[in-house]
Design a protein around this ligand. Structure first.
Ligand SMILES: [Zn+2]
Length: 154
């Protein structure tokens, strides 16, 4: 018997982010979702990229989930789960608030700041989820212009 608490179920957490991404897809948006959890698995907030829906380039999955989580006294033990490697903007958010762990669905369609986060002591887990890779990959193939706008490529 170990006195350690059970490891968080990252796959179950990712499913919340995937559900958000799918909701975004159904709205005509970019299918990227995220959720912020406590280490014990309590969901604090969930959200999705709403650049297209809201006409607001600052609403990424991670920032949406973060805002919906409201004020937290500390983020050290929180887990940011996202369907995609976090961009620089969202990686900055993770460092600014000291979020301890980032779990990403994939880093194939886009590789953001996760190596930089790792180098600064953030625990980063890449689940390399085939469903996440296919969902966004298919969308990018159909919407290259919006995608390049989202990642800041002219
Ligand atoms: Zn982002």
């Amino acid at each position: 018997m170990s006195s350690q608490p059970p490891a968080p179920d990252y796959r179950a957490m990712l499913q919340v982010a995937i559900d958000e991404a799918r909701a975004g897809l159904a709205e005509g948006g970019i299918p990227i979702g995220a959720a912020l959890f406590r280490a014990d698995g309590t969901l604090l907030g969930r959200g999705r990229n709403r650049r297209v829906q809201e006409g607001d380039p600052s609403v990424h999955g991670e920032t949406d989930a973060f805002r919906k989580a409201g004020r937290q006294r500390s983020y050290r033990d929180t887990i940011m789960v996202t369907t995609l490697s976090p961009c620089w903007y969202c990686s900055g958010l993770v460092r600014q608030f000291g979020i301890g762990t980032v779990v990403m669905g994939e880093s194939v369609n886009f590789s953001g700041g996760h190596d930089w986060l790792r180098a600064h002591g953030v625990r980063v887990v890449d689940l390399a989820d085939p469903g996440c890779i296919a969902m966004l990959g298919d969308w990018i193939a159909r919407n290259p212009g919006v995608w390049n706008e989202d990642i800041g490529v002219d």
